[in-house]
Unconditional design. Structure first.
Length: 294
């Protein structure tokens, strides 16, 4: 990265971090959801005999929508206090009317699309990465003998929740700059680096403000360090899933192949998973996220 690019990245990252953290603190954050997920969820809840498990299976493909549902379920309006990592239970708790309202709001807040095809692709990959990590974390937990599969899924889904959050803010800024002022927007490497620099701090701030479950917060704070004191923790499942996702091409920006490979080897040993198990985990990953944005 050139000195000019680095300076531009630092300037944008500093400005954006301040804006996002203030919006989180003031409860003024408006986050778009994945249109396909919202549409399919709404189709289910419009049926008279729908059940919350079916809705949860679709909604859990969207990290932002899932975080909003968990936040609502633990709010004062619904008794607060519950920190169970189960989306079905969260939806059941808030009830059909509130679920429909949540989805209608999500439909109104459509995912922004960049005019730059490279940025549009990078934006999509920030969401895809979380979906892949979530699915593999759930499978890893099951293979390791843990009963916390759903908790591991949510931890994986939300481990990088700051990325789609920051990405959406960058896309919002792009619409204002390009659409109104007709100016050139930032280059893709700058876009990617801004997200990399601030997403972790932003994600932790959101999780704490929204009082997301402690285990989810731990996954957000550091998903690249294993917990040797608790082999079956969801943090370990998410850490290994995160490394495997990157190793299989589900990442935005450059990665350190050696570091990722080391994390995979450590995770395999810690969780007692053989190479055949990992190969099965990584099979057909692209098919798992196909159609997500349609």
């Amino acid at each position: 990265m050139s000195e000019g690019t680095s300076t531009e990245t630092t300037k944008i990252a500093g400005w954006l971090e301040g804006v996002v953290l203030k919006r989180i603190a003031d409860d003024q954050l408006v986050l778009p959801s994945i249109p396909g997920v919202v549409a399919r969820s709404l189709e289910i809840v419009r049926k008279a005999d729908f059940n919350f498990k079916d809705v949860a299976q679709v909604m859990e493909m969207d990290p932002v929508l899932t975080a909003r549902a968990l936040r609502l379920a633990t709010s004062a309006a619904f008794g607060a206090g519950s920190t169970k990592l189960n989306l079905t239970e969260a939806l059941t708790r808030i009830g059909a009317k509130s679920v429909k309202t949540l989805l209608i709001e999500g439909a109104a807040q459509k995912l922004f699309i960049s005019k730059n095809p490279q940025i549009a692709g990078a934006s999509r990959r920030t969401w895809e990465h979380s979906i892949v990590v979530a699915g593999m974390a759930r499978d890893i937990a099951a293979l390791a003998g843990s009963q916390s599969g759903e908790a591991a899924y949510l931890g994986g889904l939300l481990h990088d929740v700051g990325k789609p959050l920051v990405a959406s803010m960058l896309l919002e800024a792009e619409r204002q700059v390009v659409g109104v002022r007709n100016q050139k927007w930032i280059d893709t490497p700058v876009w990617v680096e801004v997200i990399a620099r601030i997403h972790r701090k932003v994600g932790v701030a959101l999780a704490e403000k929204w009082q997301l479950p402690d285990e989810v917060c731990r996954c957000i704070r550091d998903c690249s360090e294993y917990d040797n004191s608790d082999r079956s923790s969801i943090v370990n499942a998410v850490c290994l899933a995160n490394a495997l996702a990157k190793q299989n091409g589900f990442a935005v920006g450059p990665i350190d192949a050696d570091d990722v490979g080391a994390l995979v080897m450590i995770g395999r040993s810690l969780l007692g998973l053989g190479p055949e198990m990992l190969a099965k985990l990584c099979a057909d990953l692209k098919e798992r996220v196909n159609g997500l944005f349609e």
